[in-house]
Ligand binder design. Sequence first.
Ligand code: BDR
Ligand code: CA
Length: 302
Amino acid sequence: MTIPIILDTDPGIDDAAAISIALNHPEIDVKMISTVHGNVNIDKTTRNALQLKGFFNSEVPVHRGAAAPLINNPIDASHVHGETGMGGYELPEPDPSLLSSNSAIQAMKETLLNADTPITIVPIGPLTNIALLFKTYPEVKTNVKEIVLMGGSAGRGNVTPAAEFNIYCDPEAADIVFKAGLPITMVGLDVARGASLSSSAIEELKSINETTDMLYHMFNHYHGDEFDSGLAVYDAYTMLYLLHSDDFKTADAHVDIELNGKHTRGATVVDYNADEKPVTVVLAVDKSKFKHLFYDALAHAK
Ligand code: BDR
Ligand code: CA
């Protein structure tokens, strides 16, 4: 049985790793990709998504989404991912005909309403598109199985001491999504703290296949959070969680998005003692398995 998903992304080097798994894994059925502002601007994230679609010769439709957060000005992370958003590897300029539309919200609505079975939404960038979707077409919610998102943290942040990048970029959108009344799994910064890619693990990527060679070059240009044990490939954990949730440690909680704090705007406030705990917070992955889960997932790519 495959897992039908809508992938909402701002590629992004770790997004590229997640997309590489999603588009090639036999157990994941990507119905569409929507792009969003985030790591770089919407023109660049869309170009990058199309480059990856071209690289994999994929039939999955790519739709361009929101260019800016609901209220904030856009914030980018080109210092992390390079000027293009996917530094370190040159992919050919994509043919413009690869873009299915400039209306990601409309496309998500149609994909959801036409689906035979409920679809999992996997946002791995700022939550602007998903908030706009739920505000504009609330009727789609009945066809959403769950939301498995990369964002937030049960501990400290990465863009500020309190806030994680995807939530910080558009806290109002995150607030709408967390209050949507749907099951949410928050794959935040916590997972990577215990399991990241060591430099020798990154070296090994060179020789597995063409895709891991591409990721090897990108990872060498990725200035993401580094821990003692290595590099965090945040967005890819969402795919590994979809495929192997039993290997992850989780806790149920209520999560609020801080919208006002002078020093804490964009923080995910995780309450394990609340009466209602609709969010599954992913805290860790089995350290002994992480590298193999990641490599095995990528082994399906060319
Ligand atoms: C998140 O921020 C982005 O830079 C990454 O692509 C990931 O989605 C990590 O905080
Ligand atoms: Ca991302």
